[in-house]
Structures are given as C-alpha cells and as structure tokens.
Design a protein around this ligand. Sequence first.
Ligand SMILES: NCCCCC[C@@H](C[SeH])C(=O)O
Ligand SMILES: [Zn+2]
Ligand SMILES: [Zn+2]
Length: 306
Amino acid sequence: RAVHSYEKYNDLDTINAWSANIAAQNPTLVSRLEIGTSYEGRPLYLLKVGKSGTNKNAVFMDCGFHAREWITPAFCQWFVKEAVDNYGSDDQITDLLDNLDVYVLTVMNVDGYVYSWNSNRMWRKTRSANKNSACVGTDPNRNFNAGWCTVGASSNPCDETYCGTAPESEKESKALADFIRANIGSIKAYLTIHSYSQMLLFPYSYTYALAKDHTELNNVAKGAVSALTSLYGTKYTYGPGGTTIYLSSGGSDDWAYDTGIKYSFTFELRDTGKYGFILPESEIVETCEETMLAVKYIADHVLNNA
Ligand SMILES: NCCCCC[C@@H](C[SeH])C(=O)O
Ligand SMILES: [Zn+2]
Ligand SMILES: [Zn+2]
C-alpha cells in the first residue's frame, strides 16, 4: 500500500489505513465507526473527533460525495490532522473540540472514488447497477428526500445527475441519512464538501424560495468566505444554491436543513475551471489551509449560537 501524505491524493486503501491509525494514535480525541457499507460492499468509515464528553453538540462533515472531486477527501483528512495536531495549543481548535464533536465522513462515495482511481478519473456517481439500463450509478447529491427529482436532476440512469429510483435508493445515501436521523438531537450543523467553483452555498437548491433562516445563513457564509479569502486572496461567491450555482433537487444539504439542521452548507472548493476536478497536488495545502478558516468560522458560530 502507498505511503499516506496530506499533500498528495491518497487512494481508498491508504485513506482507510490512515483513519484506523489516526484513531488508534489519538484515543482521547478520535474514534472510528462504520456507518454502513457501499453497493460494492466497502465499509463507510466515520471519524468522531472531539474530547469525549456527554451531551455534546456536533457538526457532521462529509467529503468525497462525487468520485472525481479528489480535493475533498484531501480536505477531510487535513481537517482531522489539524484537529489532533493543534488540540491543546490552538485556542480555537481546543475550544471547538472541548465543546463540539465533529463527525468526519472522509469518503462518502467509496465505490466511485475507487473507480475514479482505477478506471475513469472523471467519474461522478455511485457504482450501483441500474435495472433495464447499461448505464451505471446514481448521483448521490440528487438522491435525498428534498424536492426529490423535481428540478435540476434526471430520471435517466445514463445522466450524470440521475436521481435514483427513490430517495435514499443508494446504500451510501441511506447510511448517511440513517446516521444523521439517529443523532438528530446533537447534530447542529451539516457541511458537505464538493469541488469545483469556489462557492459557499446554503439552502435552498430545489427552489428559489428563501430558507426561513436565510439572513443568518447568508451572514455566516459571508463571514466564512471572508475568513477563507483572508489567507491567499482566493475569491468565493456565496448564497442560496438555487440562485448562486443552479437549481438542483435531492441534495443532502437541503435534506439536512429540512430535517432540522439549521446550519447546512455546501462547499465548492478550488478552482474555477483552470484545472477543475483535476486540481494539481501542488494546490492541496493552500486549498486545505484556506478552507480550514471557513470551517472553523462556521463551527465557531455553531458553538456560540446553536
Ligand atoms: N444541494 C445542491 C448544492 C448545490 C450543487 C452542488 C454541486 C456539487 Se458538484 C452538485 O451536486 O451539483
Ligand atoms: Zn460534487
Ligand atoms: Zn461541484
């Protein structure tokens, strides 16, 4: 197996070995649990990061929803590293982990991620078989019960935004939704990390109607983006998904919001199209460092307002 590096893209086996190790090496801060298995039978590992305690609120963050968006699992790994390395020295991180748990799903779409390494770098969807079709996979970010398959999604299994046969038809979507439902009392924020476009989005994407918490979410996004931009000047846009990027239904962020998780955000990391999904490894560190500032800003707002 390849040697793990935070400054390179790691394959799934390397990531799974990394998550086992970082939990074993930091038993008071990190634990690893399995929340389900993928279509092809791979485990879905969730890291719980935070000082052990009772009745703590939590943030849920996932990466690797879409197979080709390799910068996103890289960020989730970076986040966990920063958390364990700076706990006890950085006040903000220490305060965060003392008072919040952060659930990190480093790779949600494990089958797709492996396929993008072995077969098709530009793969997006899951790898489930579709009945009566030669086309494979469902778009996991069209597969949640939020305006499901109404706008900005396709009912054609050959399309990149195929919504699936029903909400949570994908094992991976159902595992994620089941975990959040089971922990709905403590999960106060949902962050789902995608690439690319350099945007910070919040509900709704399935309608142009403003979310009831629009003003607060917009202000949080504004603050998070300015924190991000302060490091390297990377420009982000922000706003409701429907007007800021495009109308799309069945998204995990809209579902989390309608399930009662007020602080629900979708990140679109670097870049804006020069390299797109094939972001050079030379940009991993800067992308992760600037994104940390935005995630810490949001976590801080949750800590003080949830
Ligand atoms: N829930 C939809 C949030 C906005 C669209 C996000 C992008 C990430 Se690649 C998409 O799923 O098309
Ligand atoms: Zn995506
Ligand atoms: Zn994207």
